[in-house]
Design a binder for this molecule. Sequence first.
Ligand code: ADP
Ligand code: ASP
Ligand code: MG
Length: 820
Amino acid sequence: MRVLKFGGTSLSNVKKFFIVKNIIKEKIRNEQISVVLSAPEKITNYLVESIQIAKIKKNLVQLHLIESIINKFLFELKKKLSPKIFEELKKEIEKEIIKLKTALNTVSSLNQCPGYLTPIIISRGEIFSILIMNSILKSENYKVTVIDPVKTLIGIGDNLNATIDIDKSKNKIKELKIPKKNIILMAGFIAGNKEKRLVALGRNGSDYSAAILSVCLEAKYCEIWTDVDGVFTADPKIVQDAKLLKFLTYSEAMELSNLGATVLHPKTISPLSKFNIPCIIKNTLNQNEEGTIIKNFSEESIPSIKGVTSLNNITMFSISGSEKIATYNLTRKIFSKISQKKISPILILQNYSNGNLDICISDNELEKTFEILKNELSIELKNTLINPIKVIKNTAIISIIGNKFQLKKNIYLNIFLGLQKNKVNILAISKNLSQNSISIVIKKSDVIETIQNIHHSLFNKNYKIIEVFLVGIGGVGNTLLNQLKKQQKILQHKNIHIKLCSISNSKKTIFNEKGINLNNWVKEFQKSKSSFNLNNLLEKIKNNKFINPVFIDCTSSEEIAKEYVNILLHHVHIVASNKKANTCCNQLYQNIRLTAKKYDLKFLYETNVGAGLPVIENFQNLLNSGDKLIQFRGILSGSLSFIFGKLEQGISLSKATIMAKELGFTEPHPQDDLSGIDVARKLLILAREVGHNLELSDIEIESLLPKNFNFNLNLNDFFIELKKLDILFFKRIFEAKKENKILRFVGIIEKNGKCKVKIQKIGKSDPLYSIKNGENALAFYTQYYQPNPLVLKGYGAGNNVTAAGVFSDLLRTLSYNLGT
Ligand code: ADP
Ligand code: ASP
Ligand code: MG
């Protein structure tokens, strides 16, 4: 005998009913099969809501919704069943709908739902399922025995959350003397009490029905068929990379389901474990996957972690103010009353040193518990021996479940690394004495992100992931995409997974949370009709709950730079080749840094000065190690480095500029280089690193172009005007030569923070003397580096080196990503 239970997710439409039928057909070849069915997906929710609506609004809208779902089923079934069987089914279903209507009308006229009626109403879905499956099996000529759980399973206790008396139920089922060849069919979720009235087994209770039936029929296996491949290390709907647990012991499964793994109802495992019946969790839509097997495995000697779960609708009562609260008598008084009222606290935390007592209960027991606490503590409250009871609503309990896991290396460190990632506020922590679980109370709104972070730090610590959101696909952005494509596989071998989730320019965007294929992004981008909107992108990032999202700005847009604070507030790192954020007003500059610091995020902009040269990181390291800047001098522009090199060879300014433009060294309009503003921006960035609170306007710039130069010329006219300056520059070169010097365009920061960009005459001993052909050089004269400065030199422009710089910033965001 094997019991198969199919949940609502496996019964959401007629097609799925037939898939279930095929599974039964396959299994019946080897042994007798019992089938326990839940209600078709969502029906129980609608039924529960229908009671509330009938009570308050006195209408039956939910009933109409249910009717329309069932009618859709009937419409499909008509094509698949013989007319006779179909007509019988239709009649039975109509009878049930009328019963339901009558019951809801009673609720509506009484303004309340009598206790006996609630379980009857909310279990109609299971009855529909049994009627439908019975017809399908009958139409294929199977012999079916339908067990009525109200007559056979003896429920005790709460009529919405009853427990089943196994011995009595087993005798009742034996009395049925079911023929060995028959398929047994039974509705889940319900039983009958002493008075033979229908009682329910609690939401999700069909799993429990299946476990009970397995025990009563002495089944070899109890199989729970659902919409996931088995029990995972976390809810796979929340954690994309949760891992399937192939084996679990009964106690592990019990702990997981008690603490929130909804794949199994908490009461399911206990009877199976008592009678040693293995439980298998399988996916109705992926039958080849073996699923999870739960049974008694020999004691695991290796400490292990099995999963992260959450219970979401929790209220925490916090009682404080006197050591007396922790005394034996007072706590005993509170808890005996709580258990008398059948309230089961989920977590109790008691601090004997300061007398604090925290009790976590399920939200639906809030009022009852609060009453008890107020009554039992009335004297202490009246005499202000204790503070008023704090009721903390909207909380959740996250639990980490495993085996002797306190012995696992770094376990607590990893849990806290996960918790600190979204700076979650911990309300309470409790370690289970059996050492099999740790529970943490947090705000409900933090649950999803916290589960993802803790799961990542516990299970995928060596699996490093970066989700990239790229804006700007000009020269640098495009080259970066090529570099990413080339490196993606190689990095995967190092366990670094770069997932490009969106590509945008000022007009369009493409987004794929699973990762855009870099081999055909161009086509996809061309086809895209979605326009780019930063707030939409941030909303998507928020909703998809990425692990390590990084926004890359390869634009030169001031508008985007002004959004960096907003981006950081969405817990997204920023890597920018765009200089605007660092050269805008000081206020923005400071806000970005404060926000990044507050949320422990990275804002990296190594390519802002010297493109791929490691300028910013080295400079920051130097300053962090206590060194002091005495003076900085540098050639910070690739185009001006090239032009001044050519001037030195006797080439005119205008010709050198044309050559620089042709070789791609200059900005689209070379006046942007010659005006010196680009160098000034880079200088400002370096000066701000030292701590000087400067604005761009504080930098003294000696432009190559005279003050009265017309900046509105097209390129042709610009070069005609530029030609007029050739003589002047020949003269200046000549003057310098007389002193054995050459000219260089230099950015200077003095010790007092004064910044200048100017044409300097420099001699052979100067470290900037040999810099030409587009190279950059940065000379840091510091307390440690003197009289000879620390010099960084190399190509400071070009798409390849800049994109490589952005790439290395991107990888640096991983140092944040736990444990590295
Ligand atoms: P059914 O209708 O089959 O009873 P449920 O919705 O009750 O289905 O249970 C299956 C769901 O349980 C899955 O879709 C999944 O989202 C959720 N779930 C929660 N925690 C876990 C976990 N640790 N492993 C697998 N599934 C889980
Ligand atoms: N249909 C019931 C519910 O939704 C029982 C179950 O699915 O197990 O809670
Ligand atoms: Mg379920």
